[in-house]
Design a protein around this ligand. Structure first.
Ligand code: SF4
Length: 210
């Protein structure tokens, strides 16, 4: 009689290119002000001209850390939430990382442009589409909040196009591009005329923290 052996794959040995991990507060959107452990993954092919994380674009520049190391660091920080961000995190398969974080009882959030196929198991998904790379269709069923960074009128148009693809229960934010002088006025006027939208500000930048 033949005996078959099942080989179990140890996901904790998976690694990701890591730009940085740090403990701060969530600065933006519905979870503003909440204690958060950030895991910033390397790699992005969206190339927004105003990006404040350009050093993250080339994944090869960033050393890898294992799922186990990342999950233990997150647990030790004792945050209310863990935020996986980037770069564009969906360039990587996020199943192993989110599985391990959840095994440790952590609440896991994602910040993504949605430009790559969805993966991972999240408690909250922030979808921040960009005009420079079309979102992948797989994102739309997972979104909890839509957050559009606004630098000009075209971004407001894109915000409405993307909002129309989402459930009415999704919270909709417009966020001024930090270095664009008239972006705050643009979204202020827009929200007064379109009450389904809210304003998100980058609180961490006002606090001068990461
Ligand atoms: S998607 Fe995010 S990380 Fe990528 S270029 Fe745009 S702002 Fe930067």
């Amino acid at each position: 009689m033949l005996t078959y052996f099942m080989k179990t794959v140890d996901l904790t040995n998976c690694t990701y290119p890591i730009v940085e991990t740090f403990h701060s507060v969530q600065g933006e959107g519905a979870w503003t002000g909440v204690s958060a452990f950030f895991i910033r993954l390397g790699g992005c092919d969206v190339y927004c001209p105003w990006c404040d994380q350009k050093e993250s674009w080339n994944a090869k520049r960033h050393p890898h850390q294992s799922v186990d190391t990342l999950a233990q660091a997150a647990k030790m920080a004792n945050p209310a939430i863990v935020i996986i961000t980037g770069g564009e995190p969906l360039m990587h398969d996020l199943d192993p990382l989110t599985t391990e974080l959840k095994k440790l009882g952590l609440q896991v959030h994602l910040e993504t442009s949605g430009s790559h196929p969805f993966s991972g198991n999240f408690d909250w998904v922030t979808f921040s589409p960009k005009p420079y790379k079309k979102p992948h269709d797989s994102i739309y069923n997972y979104v909890n909040e839509l957050k559009v960074v606004v630098a000009n009128e075209e971004d407001l148009h894109m915000a409405e196009v993307q909002a129309a693809k989402l459930s009415l229960t999704v919270i909709k934010y417009l966020q001024p591009e930090w270095n664009t002088p008239n972006s705050k006025e643009l979204i202020f006027d827009f929200v007064l005329k379109h009450p389904q939208w809210r304003i998100s500000l980058q609180t961490h930048k006002f606090l001068n923290v990461r």
